[in-house]
Design a protein around this ligand. Structure first.
Ligand SMILES: [Zn+2]
Length: 399
C-alpha cells in the first residue's frame, strides 16, 4: 500500500487541477490493526501509537504503516481464552502462552486485510485490560509460528508507541536459523544471555521496559532491514500542483555614477535604454526608457518598468534580465552603453527570488554593475518575485 489508512487521499480544496502525488520508495513494515471487544483503542489511539512507534523505527530507516484498522465484532473462536471478556489481558501470560491460546488468538486472522502476501503483514490485536498475566507492567506481546513465520502482536489498553515499537522489534528480528527454523534473538551484542530476545542496555529498544529515547543499534538496523516483513513501497507523502511557476521582475533603479559625452557638447547624454526580461522558453518582453538629458543620479523606474507573470516552462528554464542602450551623438556615430546581462536558474534561490543580496537589501532584490565605458558608468537594481507557484502539501515524513 502507498499510505496509512489515515493519510489524505486528495489534496486540499484550494489545489488546482492537475496535481500529482509526491512519492518516495521507502522501506516499510505494514500492520493490520484490530480492536477487540472492550478495547479502549479506537482509530485515533491506534494512529497515535503507530505514529509514535514509527518515529522510533525511523532511526533504522523503516517506515511503520497501518494499512487496515477495524473494531471487531464479538468473536466466536473456541479455545482456552474467553476472547470477548473485558479482562482478556489478564488471561494471557505472554512468556508462557500455551499453544492452544496462541492458536486461538492467531485464528482471528487478518479479516478485510488488503490483498498481498499475508505473511508480510503483521496483525496487531488491541485487547481490553491494562496488564498481561504474571507481569504487572507488561502491556505488549509478540509471538510467531510457522514457516515462513506468521506474526501476532498484542497491545493492551495501556500499551503506547514505545511498546508497539519494542514488539515490532521482536517481529523484525525474526530471521532464519536453518531449514524451516526461525529465531528472534536480539542481534545486538548487548543481548541478555539469560533471555536473549532482550537487551541489557536500558537505552536500547529491546530492553524489557522501553525508555523515552529508545535507540536501535547498527546491528539491529541491519537485521531489521533484511526482515521479510520489510518491503520497498512507493509511499505517498503529499501533493503538488502541476501548474507552472510565474515570475515577476521589477526594474527599480538606474544608478548613473558618471557621464562623459562627445566633445563640443555638455556632459548630459541623449540616451535610450532597453530593459529586456525573458525566460528561455517563453517570449521575451522589453520596455524602453528614453532620457535626453541623462546626468549622474538615481532614476526610479519601479512604477513603469515592471514585468509580471513571466511563465517558466520547466524546472531547467532560466530567467534573463538584460540592459542595453545607446547614446545619440550629433557630431560622431552613436555609442552603445555597456550592457548588463544577468541569468538566474531555479537552483539559485528559486530564480533569485529567495536570495538576499549584499548590503541588506530585501530578499529577491539584486544589483548589477557598475559597468563602464568612456561615456558612462552605471548600475541597475531590480527585484525578482514569484507571482504564482505550484503549491505543495506534505502530510507525512518518510524515513
Ligand atoms: Zn519483549
Amino acid at each position: 500500500m502507498d499510505r496509512n489508512i489515515w493519510d489524505e487521499k486528495t489534496p486540499p480544496p484550494d489545489f488546482s487541477e492537475p496535481f500529482a502525488e509526491l512519492r518516495k520508495d521507502a522501506m516499510t513494515v505494514e500492520l493490520c490493526v484490530y480492536s477487540l471487544q472492550g478495547s479502549k483503542k479506537g482509530l485515533e489511539q491506534v494512529r497515535t501509537v503507530a505514529q509514535d512507534a514509527g518515529r522510533i523505527w525511523c532511526q533504522a530507516g523503516v517506515n511503520v504503516q497501518v494499512v487496515h484498522w477495524e473494531a471487531l465484532p464479538p468473536l466466536n473462536i473456541a479455545g482456552p481464552l474467553t476472547l470477548n471478556s473485558t479482562d482478556l489481558a489478564r488471561q494471557i501470560p505472554c512468556d508462557s502462552l500455551s499453544d492452544a491460546a496462541r492458536s486461538q488468538l492467531m485464528a482471528i486472522g487478518k479479516p478485510n486485510a488488503p490483498a498481498g502476501d499475508p505473511t508480510r503483514l503483521v496483525p496487531v490485536y488491541c485487547i481490553p485490560g491494562n496488564n498481561l498475566q504474571n507481569a504487572p507492567s507488561a502491556s505488549g506481546c509478540h509471538r510467531h509460528v510457522n514457516n515462513p513465520p506468521d506474526h501476532m502482536i498484542l497491545l493492551t489498553d495501556s500499551a503506547d508507541g514505545r511498546v508497539l515499537a519494542h514488539e515490532l522489534g521482536h517481529a523484525l528480528f525474526t530471521r532464519s536459523a536453518g531449514p524451516s527454523s526461525w529465531m528472534n534473538e536480539d542481534p545486538d551484542p548487548g543481548r541478555n544471555d539469560n533471555f536473549p530476545i532482550h537487551n541489557t542496555n536500558p537505552q536500547n529498544l529491546m530492553y524489557p521496559s522501553v525508555s523515552v529515547n529508545a535507540r536501535i543499534s547498527p546491528e539491529q538496523v541491519t537485521v531489521a532491514k533484511e526482515s521479510r516483513l520489510v518491503t520497498r513501497q512507493p509511499l505517498v507523502y503529499g501533493f503538488r500542483e502541476e501548474k507552472r511557476f510565474k515570475l515577476g521582475v521589477n526594474i527599480k533603479t538606474l544608478h548613473v555614477d558618471s557621464v562623459s559625452d562627445e566633445n563640443f557638447s555638455d556632459n548630459a547624454l541623449e540616451s535610450t535604454w532597453t530593459f529586456t526580461v525573458a525566460t528561455s522558453k517563453t517570449k521575451e518582453s522589453s520596455k524602453v526608457f528614453a532620457n535626453s538629458r541623462l546626468t549622474p543620479g538615481e532614476y526610479d523606474l519601479s512604477r513603469d518598468y515592471d514585468f509580471p507573470l513571466l511563465e517558466v516552462e520547466s524546472e531547467e528554464d532560466k530567467l534573463t534580465i538584460a540592459v542595453t542602450g545607446w547614446d545619440w551623438d550629433f557630431w560622431s556615430p552613436d555609442d552603445d552603453v555597456p550592457s548588463i546581462r544577468a541569468e538566474w536558474s531555479k537552483d539559485e534561490g528559486l530564480w533569485g527570488s529567495r536570495l538576499g543580496s549584499t548590503s541588506g537589501a530585501p530578499t529577491g532584490q539584486h544589483k548589477e554593475g557598475p559597468v563602464e565605458n568612456s561615456e558612462i558608468k552605471y548600475s541597475v537594481t531590480y527585484a525578482i518575485r514569484v507571482d504564482d507557484a505550484p503549491s505543495e502539501h506534505i502530510f507525512r515524513e518518510i524515513c
